[in-house]
Ligand binder design. Structure first.
Ligand code: AHN
Ligand code: ZN
Length: 325
């Protein structure tokens, strides 16, 4: 950072006079020189695939345990201070879920923080599959689960190489997708988030804001203003969409209202009082699901994962967090 600032000042000294003088003040140069590392979509894609290769990550299964170990290990390799938060959570059907939230922290001593969330578990039932015989088959969750986590692992890799000004917490939430089959039991979803928000990994934890990534890898995904984000984290949401458009990702980040979604960010706001924006695929014209045609089906596989979508979301989040002062 210092080196780059110096380089810029040298360059400005050599550039010809008569330009906008305001641009050559120290303050302006600092602003312009924020160097944001390049999000590598191939790398993120590999982190998505590595999770899917464990098979379904349903709580209380071998694939879940193995993938949890992989995620904690990756965060450690990327220099984060890792906290494992184990919790026994009761699902809507009475099942005791051996859940694990995994948190990777950078600059843990800093009071100025941003929290980045994704759920890492996968749904035990493909109950939105067009074929009823698949409704009890667990999903692979390439998009629904692995995509957000994969993007955040790539961000962790980059944050380790070059730290942004603020402290960053990468928070992998468990037991998001064990919700009831009927739509009215909202609180049966996001159990790991509810637990974390009631029992944050650090006492009195706070962050300036949070960003939740949910289904951020699908081909031709579109991200609209999600309802709760609009209400409770409006300025942060607008900042993210503005940045996405500046970077040329306007076709993904649509500046129009989507729907409210009961998702992890809701509890982050309600229980931990941290404003949190949900970047979640919204497919306005899909009859099968407003989250896209593969949502909670056996087709939520790597075939539907598009590096370009991961790049659009990952680079946007990178630019947002590196520009916070
Ligand atoms: C409900 O269907 C209530 N919420 C969607 C949250 C979700 C499920 N995200 C991924 N899978
Ligand atoms: Zn789901």
């Amino acid at each position: 950072m210092m080196l780059l600032t110096t380089a810029f000042l040298l360059l400005s000294a050599f550039s010809c006079g008569g330009g906008n003088k305001a641009n050559t003040t120290n303050e302006q140069s600092e602003k312009m020189v924020v160097n944001v590392p390049q999000f590598d979509a191939d790398s993120a894609y590999l982190y998505v695939k590595n999770q899917v290769d464990f098979g379904p990550r349903v709580p209380n299964t071998k694939g879940h345990i193995a993938c949890g170990n992989y995620l904690a290990q990756q965060l450690k390799e990327f220099g984060a201070q890792v906290t494992d938060q184990y919790a026994d959570l009761i699902a809507y059907d009475g099942t005791l879920l051996k859940a694990r939230n995994i948190i990777g922290s950078y600059k843990p001593e800093s009071k100025k923080r941003i929290a980045l969330f994704a759920h890492w578990d996968t749904r035990p039932w493909a109950d939105n599959d067009p074929d009823k015989k698949n409704h009890k088959t667990p999903i692979l969750g390439a998009n629904d689960g692995a995509s957000g986590v994969g993007a955040l692992l790539e961000i962790a890799r980059l944050v380790h190489q070059q730290q942004p000004e603020l402290g960053i917490d990468i928070i992998f939430l468990d037991a998001e997708d064990y919700g009831a089959h009927d739509q009215d039991n909202e609180e049966s979803w996001c159990l790991g988030a509810q637990y974390w928000a009631r029992n944050p990994h650090v006492q009195g934890y706070n962050a300036r804001f949070g960003i939740l990534l949910d289904m951020v890898g699908g081909k031709d995904a579109t991200f609209y203003y999600e309802g709760y984000s609009s209400e409770t984290a409006r300025s942060e949401m607008k900042k993210i969409w503005k940045k996405a458009h500046e970077l040329g990702y306007g076709k993904y980040f649509v500046k129009a209202d989507g729907i409210p979604v009961t998702d992890d960010h809701l509890y982050v706001h309600q229980l931990a009082r941290i404003p949190c924006v949900d970047i979640i695929n919204y497919d306005a014209n899909n009859e099968r699901s407003s989250f896209g045609s593969t949502w909670h089906t056996i087709n939520d596989t790597m075939d539907n994962i598009d590096r370009n979508t991961l790049k659009a979301v990952g680079q946007t989040v990178m630019d947002v967090i590196y520009n916070e002062k």
